[in-house]
Design a protein around this ligand. Structure first.
Ligand code: DQA
Length: 157
């Protein structure tokens, strides 16, 4: 588990980035599907873009469904305006994580590095897409940055 936090100078706007299981292995893991960027590379790019926009950004990765759900429950008393989530393998399995997102009612974009619709059929179904604001799949690390740009525009006053 890792929490990376980039505190913008003065802002009331906040974005949470959640990365699911095995994404801590990015860079080493199946680069043909997931690219060569490490998770630290991606989080660094997101932190830079958020700082430029004066947005508070937190990134959190866990291999545990429990920890991801608890992280979402913990938002009840903190203000988070937007979530970017790559649920990774939990995309295709986790009703519990879906229910946690529904419960907290924070808008989110679902991101996948690979194009899940061009892969095995078990990856074609997502428990998140129908409750997401949108889905970005197959654009690699850039997908996270596009999601963040969307979040920044959406939550701007
Ligand atoms: C993934 C796609 C999932 O099917 C897979 O289980 C992952 C990563 C992606 O980013 O392409 O771990 O979410």
């Amino acid at each position: 588990m890792e929490i990376i936090e980039n505190m913008a100078e003065s802002t009331s706007k906040s974005v949470l980035v959640l990365h699911g299981p095995n994404l801590n292995l990015l860079g080493l893991r199946e680069p043909d599907h997931y690219g060569k960027n490490t998770l630290a590379d991606i989080d660094g790019l997101l932190a830079k873009r958020a700082k430029e926009a004066n947005i508070h950004l937190q990134s959190f990765q866990s291999n545990s469904e429990l920890e991801l759900i608890q992280r979402l429950h913990g938002l009840a008393d903190k203000k988070v305006d937007f979530i970017i989530i790559n649920p990774a393998a939990f995309t295709h399995t986790s009703v519990a994580l879906r229910d946690a997102l529904s419960a907290i009612k924070v808008p989110f974009v679902e991101v996948h590095l690979s194009n899940i619709y061009a892969r095995e059929t078990f990856r074609h179904h997502s428990y998140f897409s129908d409750i997401a604001v949108g889905v970005i799949s197959g654009l690699g690390a850039q997908g996270y940055l596009l999601a963040l740009d969307y979040a920044i525009q959406t939550i701007a006053d």
